[in-house]
Design a binder for this molecule. Sequence first.
Ligand code: SAM
Length: 234
Amino acid sequence: MTWHVNILTLFPDMFPGSLGQSISGRALEKKLWSYNAINIRDFANDKHSTVDDTPFGGGAGMVMRPDTVEKALLSIATAGKKLYMSPRGKPLTQEKVKQLATTENLTLLCGRYEGVDQRVLDAHDFEEVSIGDYVLSGGEPAALILMDACIRLLPNVMGNSTTPDEESFSNGLLEYPHYTKPDPWTDANNITHKVPDILKSGHHKNIAIWREEQSIALTKERRPDLIATLAQKK
Ligand code: SAM
């Protein structure tokens, strides 16, 4: 399958953006994934190409009109799973990313201004997804992040250059620390740092145990919420 993403946006030139570089860029060239950025403004029905209007009930800012968003959506032949990038959504997790990376067609709606009229989200079953507890000025960077996280999981994208099962979050823990050459290494303050001996021992079982211990300690220190979730699952 080719993983395909439709993006509904007021700024189609923001795509592929960073996804045109490095691993995702090479995968795009090899047609391991594809995208179609649709300009919502092309579906406006007045001579000023208006896509937003004032909110009912008053308040600051503008709201994206449901009729224009719907027309843009209906122009897509196979919309597949529809997601609205939104700070109100459920947080994006690695588990969700894995699910989305095996969903052949996705449509990502990128909001601007105060967001999108609720009725079009309800009428077309958009699931709201957030990339974190902060507010961006638009959904496009959030869509790029979601796509990046999915693309690296697609078959043949990463080759052998990573081990997804050991990465942060895949087993509910943060990943252990990494080290490479030189060893020892002397920093700019003339302090010498050594790589932990265990990693140079060649003893694979002990290395695996050490890494797991490091993972658990780091997760306890930085993300006790993940430890609590793991404990609930057991
Ligand atoms: N008024 C909205 C609120 O308080 O929930 C924020 C609107 S924000 C300025 C404009 C758009 O940016 C949103 O419609 C959404 O598409 C996108 N956005 C902002 N923060 C986001 C986040 N954390 N995750 C995903 N999308 C986000």
